[in-house]
Design a protein around this ligand. Structure first.
Ligand code: SF4
Length: 478
């Protein structure tokens, strides 16, 4: 990255870019498209069947929608797994449901078994709740039925409480080579206030175990939580950097309701009464305070030489080859390869390097997903067909989010447009360059600046989705 930050404080940066100001409660920006032609499940299924994905690079995602506690901020699709003695049966049922969905998809769509899978992600919910025999069953299914590329990245997402024994060694033995854990905070008062059931000691112990594996891994941290201060969250990040955690992702607490957005659940804190009670008790840090938190966190990252890549993730230099981003981010964001996704509430997309995109959305109500699966129905809820500037806007948004070079010739080849001369791209790109949110390296290469990295979600929403995706005049030249 050849540019430097002009401003570490997001609030100050937003004052310079008032067009990017998004209300605090609307902050949860959907990086997938809300536009495009909405397709019924039947029409989306038909397009899925007709898709030519054989031999094309793809990523595979399985969503395990179970958690042993429900965090008060969480708006992802998941349900509580009580400790009532039935955990084994419930976990086994979910593994079977996911395998069933995958098997039926493989049967319906010939190309799926021939797509070149370069990255696999078992996430959730809390995928690390799965016991080794469940993971083995899922991995065996994947290995036996998909075309797995050499060197495929296989990630497991989880929480510190599930990595207190020998779980990691077993996971590595069955093929996992990358991990991601939700630590969120190293302060027990904060962790307790958000409803999580691990503590600082468990998080540090899990991180130490992950470091011993010498595999790349990511630690998620949230800022803007009750009881956090700029100094306390910066201290948490300092400890993680000092330990040499390969990648740390910082999220600002968001309060948008993903159920209302049609892509997730409502969180406890989305409940108006709960929220007002907490606000009246001054438990949420102010917006200005969250800006200071981010500024203090960034100072620590810069002190330890961490690099932002992809946007919002900070990595130790050379954690990954080629751009210092994991393979899954290369597939999903930098290249916008197809993502084949299974489980309730998941979304994916079929691109295959073509100029149209089929975005897929599964049923997000967990009960209805189970009903569909038990009735042998496809749990696909709806699709979106993105064409022309709609498809280009999502490709650009993801490319920007990956924090990797945006190659003008790729857009010419794939979509038949010139980003530097055609309407509306040229106006959007030159405005981003003028505002120092994008750097033109040469006639073929654009790259997000560090200021742009800080505002990437706002830029994706306002510049790419609104100004290009919702642009109504037909302009695609291909
Ligand atoms: S943040 Fe993670 S552990 Fe907490 S409820 Fe959400 S998915 Fe479950």
């Amino acid at each position: 990255m050849s540019t430097s930050y002009t401003e570490l404080n997001l609030g100050e940066l937003l004052k310079r870019h008032p067009e990017l100001q998004i209300s605090h409660t609307d902050y949860n920006i959907n990086v997938t498209a809300n536009f495009g032609t909405k397709l019924s499940s039947g029409d989306a299924e038909k397009m899925y069947q007709d898709f030519d994905g054989a031999g094309k690079p793809s990523t595979l995602y399985f969503h395990v929608p179970l958690c042993s506690y429900i965090c008060h901020f969480c708006n992802y699709v998941k349900k509580y797994l009580p400790e009532d003695g039935n955990e084994e049966e419930v976990l086994e049922n979910w593994v079977n449901l996911l395998i069933k969905e995958s098997t039926e998809n493989l049967h319906r769509n010939n190309w799926v078994s021939k797509a070149r899978i370069e990255s696999i992600y078992i996430g959730g919910g809390t995928a690390s709740l799965l016991k080794p025999h469940h993971l083995r069953k899922l991995m065996t299914h994947i290995k036996e039925n998909y075309y797995i590329a050499d060197g495929c990245e296989v990630s497991l997402e989880g929480n510190p409480d599930n990595y207190q024994g020998n779980e990691l060694a077993e996971a590595i033995e069955m093929g996992f080579n990358r991990f991601s854990i939700g630590v969120q905070s190293l302060d027990d008062q904060v962790i307790n206030a958000v409803g999580r059931k691990h503590d600082r000691a468990m998080s540090l112990s899990a991180i130490d175990k992950l470091l011993v594996t010498e595999k790349p891994f990511n630690v998620d941290v949230i800022f803007g939580l009750p009881y956090q201060t700029p100094m306390s969250i910066a201290e948490d990040v300092r400890i993680l950097c000092e330990k040499g955690v390969p990648t740390i992702t910082i999220y600002r607490l968001r309060n948008a309701d993903r159920q209302k957005m049609g892509i997730g659940n409502s969180s406890l804190w989305n409940n108006k009464r709960v929220r007002e009670k907490m606000e009246n008790a001054n438990l949420f840090p102010s917006l200005e305070m969250t800006y200071t938190m981010r500024e203090e966190i960034l100072k620590v990252f810069l002190e330890y030489g961490y690099q932002p890549s992809p946007c919002g993730w900070w990595s130790r230099p050379d954690t990954y080859a080629e751009g210092n981003i994991p393979q899954i981010s290369k597939n999903k964001w930098e290249r916008y390869d197809s993502m084949i996704a299974y489980g309730p509430g998941v979304y994916g997309w079929l691109t295959g390097g073509q100029d149209t995109v089929l975005q897929t959305h599964n049923i997000s109500d967990i009960g209805k997903y189970v009903e569909a699966m038990e009735s042998n129905e496809n749990p696909l809820s709806f699709g979106r067909l993105l064409e022309g500037n709609q498809a280009i806007s999502t490709a650009l948004g993801f490319n920007y989010k990956a924090n990797q070079p945006i190659k003008v010739e790729r857009y010419q080849k794939q979509f038949g447009v010139n980003l530097l001369t055609d309407t509306p791209y040229a106006e959007v790109i030159s405005s981003l360059i003028e505002n120092r949110l994008l750097l033109k390296v040469d006639e073929n290469t654009l790259i997000p600046t560090l200021d742009g990295e800080a505002l990437h979600e706002e830029i994706i929403s306002i510049y790419f989705h609104n100004k290009i995706g919702n642009f109504t005049t037909e302009i695609c030249n291909k």
